[in-house]
Design a protein around this ligand. Structure first.
Ligand code: NAD
Ligand code: TDX
Length: 352
């Protein structure tokens, strides 16, 4: 059985990917996660007792641990989701982003290289290191055009800069040491298990409590939304059939302004909660001070992934948003438990 080391597999996309691997493939999953505020074992509860899933609490920066896992589980591929992922937090406290996203990725790469160098011919040829990256490394777009795999990197937030640095390391480990790496740069994800600091789940939970829905600036910043399972399938297809050393853009071709997203959510809440005292939920919208350095627009041209690997998104934004809202309505205990820690929905991201 093939064995895949998934890092950050207790977080939003990583956990969705782990669920996808267990449901749709026959691989063994070794799930390494530090369980920061964003990682939750509740998310993995449905896998309890599943012999194809092994959870290990630990840090991608722990050299001895990573070396041991690669060797003991005879790992065939590493998929690196582990990261500090929230832009607003990176403005308040960038150090953790450098530590995990840059130094942690370096550690993982270097351990993978040493392990890979010791494999036999077939093992070496089949091994992959897939870096899960973001469209934010490319900076901000004007009103037209899209990012492609050849767009120059121009990160604007500490988060984006840390992801860009990691991507450069991944590229260099291929170019210099021949490590068979793959990089995916994806646009904004949404769906089940997203920590309620990100726009969509934050707005849902605040609306349920009748709290103000914070819209940064004038709400006209644009994001290109992709349902998380479509991202998971893209990663799997790249892992299976992507060409080592290549980069693949992943995007849903679903551009919406933040104001459109919040307005659609409010309309869906009105429909699904006809007895809510907060109807119409649109009255809760509030324009607040903009995010420092707020990127104006992201959009990914996923042509390469579509034409080379036959990937295309299956979920439409409006139906995916409805599904996501229904999931959050039905999983309020999950929300309460993940919000039990230090974060209670307050505004983050003003420099001290
Ligand atoms: P998340 O914050 O929900 O989850 C991150 C996970 O990584 C958590 O479970 C956390 O405990 C774990 N982690 C953090 N530091 C670690 C460390 N040092 N060692 C081991 N585990 C550690 O993030 P997400 O939204 O699921 O994003 C996953 C990856 O996808 C990230 O690399 C992110 O940059 C990338 N990405 C995210 C999006 C998005 O829209 N969320 C879009 C494109 C790319
Ligand atoms: O309260 C809010 N109000 C608001 O208007 C929050 C939390 C966000 N926003 C805006 C900022 C962005 O333009 O909504 C948009 C989306 O914000 P986030 O959910 O924080 O996501 P973003 O900053 O776009 O980054 C996300 O997509 C790319 C992920 O967090 C990253 O990990 C990923 O790389």
């Amino acid at each position: 059985m093939r064995s895949i080391l998934v890092t950050g597999g207790a977080g939003f996309i990583g956990a969705n990917f782990v669920h996808f691997l267990i449901a749709e493939t026959a691989v063994q999953v070794i799930n390494l996660d530090k369980l920061t505020y964003a990682g939750n074992l509740d998310t993995l509860a449905p896998l309890r007792g599943n012999g194809r899933h092994v959870f290990i609490e630990g840090d991608i920066g722990d050299r001895d641990l990573v070396r041991r896992l690669l060797r003991d589980y005879r790992v065939d591929a590493v998929v690196n989701f582990a990261a500090e992922s929230h832009v607003d937090r990176s403005i308040e406290g960038p150090a953790a982003f450098i530590e995990t996203n840059v130094v942690g990725t370096f550690n993982l790469l270097d351990c993978a290289r040493a392990y890979w160098a010791g494999l036999g011919v077939a093992g070496k040829a089949g091994f992959r290191f897939l870096q899960v990256s973001t469209d934010e490394v490319y900076g901000s777009l004007g009103p037209t055009g899209s990012f492609t795999e050849t767009t120059p990197y121009a990160p604007n937030s500490p988060y984006a800069a840390s992801k860009a640095a990691a991507d450069h390391l991944v590229r260099a480990w291929h170019h210099t040491y021949d490590l068979p790496v793959l990089t995916t740069n994806c646009s904004n994800n949404y769906g089940p298990y997203q920590f309620p600091e990100k726009l969509i789940p934050l707005v849902i939970l605040k609306a349920l409590r009748g709290e103000r829905l914070p819209i940064y600036g004038d709400g006209s910043n644009v994001r290109d939304w992709l349902y998380v399972t479509d991202h998971c399938r893209a990663i799997w297809q790249v892992l299976e059939a992507g060409r080592p050393g290549e980069v693949y853009g992943v995007g849903g071709a679903s551009e919406r302004t933040n104001l459109q997203v919040v307005t659609t959510l409010c309309e869906l809440l009105d429909e699904l909660l006809p007895h809510s005292p907060y109807r119409p939920h649109g009255q809760l919208k509030e324009f607040v001070a903009d995010r420092p350095g707020h990127d104006r627009r992201y959009a990914i041209d996923a042509h390469k992934l579509r034409s080379e690997l036959g990937w295309k998104p299956q979920e439409h934004f409006e139906s995916g948003l409805r599904r996501t809202l229904v999931w959050y309505l039905e999983h309020q205990i999950w929300c309460e438990r993940v919000m039990d820690g230090s974060y209670r929905g307050e505004r983050l991201g003003f420099p001290p």
